[in-house]
Design a protein around this ligand. Structure first.
Ligand SMILES: N[C@@H](CCC(=O)N[C@@H](CS)C(=O)NCC(=O)O)C(=O)O
Length: 147
C-alpha cells in the first residue's frame, strides 16, 4: 500500500498532484501541522525534520516533494509526464524540477515569512507557535549580503 503523509495547503500538495495525475491508488494520511503532529516521535521516525510530505510504499520510504514526484513518474514511464531519459528535453525537465525547491521555494518562503507565512497564520489560528516555527520565522538575514 502507498501512503502519502500530507497536510494541505503545503508542499505535500505537489506530491499529491502527481499521484492523482498518474491515477495511482494511495492513502492520503493527514499530519496535522496546526496540531503539531509533525513533531510526534512516530512521525519523526518517518522524517527526522518533521515536515511533510513523506511517501511510503511497500518497498521504500522517501521524503522531498519533488523527489517523490520524479520517482512516481519514473515508476510510471508510460504516463508521458517526463521526456525520455537522456534526451535534450529531459535536461530541461531536470532543470525545472530542481529549480522549484532549490531556487524558488526559499524566495517564496522569504516573501511569505512572518505574518504572510502560511504556517505562521496557521499557528496563530491554533493559538500557538512552536519553537521550530519561531526559529524559522525570519530567515531574511540568511539571504542578506554580508557587509
Ligand atoms: N523541501 C521539502 C520541504 C518540506 C517542508 O518544509 N514542508 C513544510 C510544509 S510546506 C512542513 O511540513 N512544515 C512543518 C513545520 O515546519 O513544522 C519538500 O519539498 O518536501
Amino acid at each position: 500500500m502507498t501512503i502519502l503523509y500530507a497536510f494541505p495547503p503545503t508542499r505535500s500538495n505537489r506530491a499529491q498532484w502527481a499521484l492523482e495525475e498518474l491515477g495511482l491508488t494511495y492513502e492520503n494520511r493527514i499530519v496535522n501541522l496546526e496540531k503539531g503532529e509533525q513533531n510526534a516521535c512516530e512521525y519523526l521516525s518517518r522524517h527526522p525534520l518533521g515536515v511533510v510530505p513523506v511517501l511510503e510504499t511497500d518497498h521504500y520510504r522517501m521524503f522531498e516533494s519533488v523527489a517523490i514526484i520524479m520517482q512516481m513518474i519514473d515508476e510510471n514511464p508510460d504516463s508521458g509526464l517526463a521526456p525520455e531519459a537522456g534526451s535534450p528535453e529531459r535536461a530541461l525537465y531536470y532543470q525545472w524540477c530542481v529549480y522549484a525547491p532549490a531556487e524558488l521555494d526559499c524566495r517564496l518562503m522569504e516573501y511569505f515569512d512572518n505574518k504572510n507565512r502560511p504556517l505562521y497564520a496557521m499557528s496563530q489560528r491554533a493559538g500557538s507557535t512552536t519553537s521550530k516555527q519561531q526559529s524559522r520565522g525570519n530567515t531574511s538575514s540568511v539571504y542578506e549580503p554580508k557587509p
